[in-house]
Ligand binder design. Structure first.
Ligand SMILES: [Zn+2]
Length: 201
């Protein structure tokens, strides 16, 4: 897969609409190609910007103009107001950088980095894992809270936020609340290198 093919499919990857071996190819390319990775992060930020507050108060024509400017874009489909990045296997490091990038560029915005939307409800600065639901994977949020009523098979990290475990909550991994900017950067670096080490094993 070359860079041109990759860029055609980048939006689909962000929208979580690629599957199987093809998805693996796209992920492998992004992981190995600094140019495309940079592009991926930037595209993610645009999706984030459009899908948050700006989306609702966009002036007439704004959406169309932006969509025209963004070739192949189909941003409104999922109607998420926060970026959602699948976060497994080879995408892990890229998604992680993406999450850090969102926070870095908009430190006071609510954002979520998650493996999928399955088992999650996202609304006004909150992520809820409802009773009877199971979310599989890691979850990072910035500037919001996570309310766990059901099951989480993974870790939860709240940057500048809170994690609430309700009765019956079942979390297999660790939970962490980090409220200092320096600690957040430290956490990202530490986790990032762990991921790189694991990937090289
Ligand atoms: Zn490339």
């Amino acid at each position: 897969m070359d860079c041109k093919d990759l860029r055609k499919n980048m939006q689909l990857l962000l929208d979580d609409e690629l599957e199987g071996a093809f998805r693996d190819q796209v992920e492998q390319h992004i992981t190995g190609c600094p140019d495309c990775r940079q592009h991926y992060v930037e595209l993610g930020l645009v999706v984030h910007k459009l899908s948050s507050a700006e989306w609702q108060k966009a002036p007439a024509g704004f959406t169309e103009n932006v969509l025209e400017a963004l070739e192949h874009a189909h941003l409104a489909r999922r109607n998420w107001r926060v970026p959602l990045v699948r976060w497994t296997g080879l995408t892990a490091a890229a998604a992680f950088i993406f999450s850090l990038g969102v926070w870095w560029s908009m430190p006071n915005h609510f954002s979520v980095t998650a493996n999928s939307s399955e088992g999650l409800i996202v609304k006004e600065n909150q992520v809820i894992i409802p009773k009877g639901q199971e979310y599989k994977g890691n979850l990072i949020i910035h500037n919001g809270s996570v309310i766990v009523e059901g099951k989480v098979d993974g870790n939860i990290v709240a940057m500048n936020g809170q994690i609430y475990k309700q009765t019956g909550a079942d979390i297999s991994g660790h939970t962490k609340e980090i409220n200092e900017a320096l600690q957040m950067v430290g956490y990202y670096l530490e986790e990032f290198w762990t991921m790189v080490r694991d990937a090289l094993k």
